[in-house]
Design a protein around this ligand. Structure first.
Ligand SMILES: *Cc1c(COP(=O)(O)O)cnc(C)c1O
Length: 469
C-alpha cells in the first residue's frame, strides 16, 4: 500500500483508507458516518470520471477535506446573520427590521411551550392575538385591532371579509405593485371581490368615486403609494373626504397604509408617511400596516379600526390561514409594548438607526479608518452619502448618512470578498467605489467591519482572483 504514488485511477485512495483517520471520525460525529461515507464515494466517482491517466490523483487527506467542506456548506442553514452596510434601514432582502433585544428574548421564551392560546388564571382557552391587538389598538387610538401574518395578508383578509363577491373602488393612481408578487389588482381578485378602477393615473377626484358607486359597491379602498412618488399635475382624494363619501353611501372605507408612521413618528424619519393614528381619527373603518417596516418588529400585518369591521376580519374563514405563529406573536407583542411605553423614541433598532446623528456616525467612521492601514492604489475616505428607509417607506426621501468609500479595487470583487467574511458584510457598489454606509451598522459591529476590511483589502488576492477568473 505504501510506496510511490501512482498516476491515474490506479493511484486513487480507497474509501476505507480515506475513512480511517481521526479527521474522518470527527466528521462522522458531526454529520453521521453513513453520510460521510456516501459523500466520499460520490467524490471518488467524480474524480475517477475526470481523472487523466498521466496525473496524480488527490491524496486521501485532500479528498476528505473536500468532502467535509462540501458537507459543511450543505448542512449550513440558508439564513445567516450579516452586517448590513447598505444604508437601507428596512432592507427586504435582509429581513427588514432587526428586532430589539426584548423582542428577541420574547421569541426565545416562546420557543418552548408558551401561553399562545391559554389564560393562566382561568385555565381556559384565550384568543391568540388578544394582547397584541389590545396594544395595537391603544397605540393607534383605535377601538379595535387584530394582527395577521403580514401586510399582504391584512389586505387580502380585509377585502375578503368586507367585499367578497361585491365591488371595491380604487383610484387608478393607487393600483400599486409593492414587490414582484404583490400587485393590488391580483390581491383584490384573490379576495373574491371585483375591482372597480376610477380616475386616471395622475388625477382622481371625489366625483370619480361617487359616479362609480352602485348597489354592488362594498368597499372604498385607499392605498399608500409606498414605493414611488407622483409629482406634477396630480390630484388625489384625501382619506377624510373618502370616509365622508363612505358614510354617505353606507359603505366602509379602508386605508392600506403600508409602512405608516406610528403615533408621533420617529426622529430622523423623512416626512410623507401617513400617520396611522390620524387615519384612525379621520374615521376610516380599517387601517392596515406592516409589523416589520417602521414599526420595527417582526413580519406581521396589523389591522386597526372599528369593532364591527375588525370583527368581520376575525370571523372570516381566511383568518386561520393568515394567522401569525407564536414566534411572530411574541416579537410583535414586545415591539408594540416598546412603542406604547415610549411613542417618542421606542427602544427598537429601527428607531435608533434612523435617529443616529451625523456627528456620531462621522466619529465612528473616523475611528474605523484610524484602525486600518492601506497602500496605493487603495484609498478610503469618509463621505456624506444618501441612505434610504427602504421597504417602500418614505419613497424618494433620502436619509443623510456617513459612509466609508473604498476605491482602488475592482468594486464588485471587493464587495464579494466582504460578503465572504465571517460575519458577511453587505455593502453598496457605486461605480468604481464600494460604499459602507454606517447608519445600518450597529456601533458594536464596527470592530467586525475593521477586521473584514483588513482581510478584504489585500491586493495580492486581487491578482490571484483575477488570474483565476
Ligand atoms: C409593504 C406594503 C404592503 C405589503 O406588506 P407586507 O408586510 O410586505 O406583506 C402592502 N401594502 C402597502 C401599501 C405596502 O407598502
Amino acid at each position: 500500500m505504501l510506496g510511490a504514488p501512482s498516476r491515474g485511477r490506479a493511484g486513487l485512495a480507497f474509501v476505507t483508507s480515506i475513512l480511517r483517520s481521526a479527521t474522518a471520525d470527527a466528521a462522522a460525529a458531526r454529520f453521521v458516518r453513513g453520510v460521510v461515507t456516501d459523500a466520499v464515494r460520490r467524490r471518488l466517482d467524480e474524480i475517477r470520471r475526470s481523472l487523466d491517466d498521466d496525473v496524480y490523483p488527490p491524496s486521501a487527506e485532500q479528498i476528505l477535506d473536500d468532502v467535509i467542506e462540501g458537507l459543511a456548506r450543505t448542512h449550513r442553514p440558508g439564513i445567516r446573520p450579516v452586517i448590513s452596510a447598505t444604508g437601507v434601514v428596512l432592507h427586504t432582502n435582509l429581513g427588514r427590521a432587526p428586532l430589539s433585544d426584548e423582542a428577541i428574548a420574547a421569541v426565545r421564551d416562546a420557543c418552548g411551550y408558551a401561553t399562545v392560546e391559554l389564560d393562566l388564571e382561568s385555565g381556559e382557552r384565550s384568543a391568540r392575538t388578544a394582547r397584541a391587538s389590545g396594544l395595537a389598538a391603544e397605540l393607534c387610538g383605535a377601538e379595535a385591532a387584530t394582527v395577521v401574518n403580514n401586510g399582504a395578508a391584512a389586505l387580502l383578509l380585509a377585502v375578503a371579509a368586507l367585499a367578497h363577491g361585491r365591488e371595491v373602488i380604487v383610484s387608478r393612481g393607487e393600483l400599486v405593485e409593492i414587490g414582484g408578487e404583490f400587485r393590488l389588482p391580483d390581491i383584490i381578485a384573490m379576495s373574491g371581490a371585483r375591482l372597480v378602477e376610477v380616475g386616471t393615473t395622475n388625477r382622481t377626484r371625489i366625483e370619480d368615486y361617487a359616479t362609480a358607486v352602485s348597489s354592488e359597491t362594498a368597499l372604498l379602498l385607499k392605498v399608500h403609494r409606498s414605493n414611488f412618488r407622483m409629482v406634477g399635475f396630480t390630484a388625489e382624494v384625501g382619506l377624510p373626504d373618502l370616509v365622508r363619501l363612505g358614510v354617505e353611501i353606507g359603505v366602509p372605507t379602508v386605508l392600506d397604509a403600508g409602512s405608516g408612521l406610528i403615533g408621533n413618528g420617529l426622529p430622523g424619519l423623512p416626512t410623507g408617511e401617513p400617520s396611522i393614528a390620524a387615519a384612525v381619527r379621520s374615521g376610516a373603518d380599517l387601517v392596515l400596516f406592516s409589523g416589520d417596516k417602521v414599526l420595527g418588529g417582526p413580519q406581521a400585518g396589523i389591522i386597526v379600526g372599528r369593532p364591527d369591521a375588525v370583527d368581520r376580519c376575525r370571523r372570516s374563514p381566511l383568518a386561520r390561514a393568515l394567522r401569525l405563529n407564536k414566534l411572530q406573536l411574541a416579537a410583535i407583542e414586545a415591539t408594540l409594548l416598546a412603542h406604547v411605553r415610549d411613542p417618542h423614541g421606542p427602544d427598537v433598532p429601527v428607531a435608533e438607526m434612523l435617529g443616529q446623528g451625523m456627528d456620531r456616525l462621522r466619529e465612528r467612521a473616523g475611528s474605523i479608518i484610524d484602525r486600518l492601514e492601506w497602500e496605493a492604489p487603495t484609498s478610503i475616505e469618509v463621505l456624506e452619502v444618501d441612505g434610504v428607509v427602504g421597504a417602500g417607506a418614505a419613497p424618494g426621501a433620502p436619509v443623510a448618512s456617513i459612509g466609508l468609500a473604498v476605491t482602488g479595487h475592482d468594486a464588485a470583487r471587493l464587495a464579494r470578498r466582504l460578503r465572504a467574511q465571517e460575519p458577511p458584510i453587505v455593502a453598496r457598489v457605486e461605480g468604481d467605489r464600494v460604499i459602507l454606509d454606517l447608519r445600518t451598522v450597529r456601533a458594536d459591529q464596527d470592530i467586525h467591519v475593521v477586521g473584514a476590511l483588513r482581510r478584504a483589502l489585500d491586493h495580492s488576492r486581487d491578482r490571484i482572483e483575477r488570474e483565476a477568473e
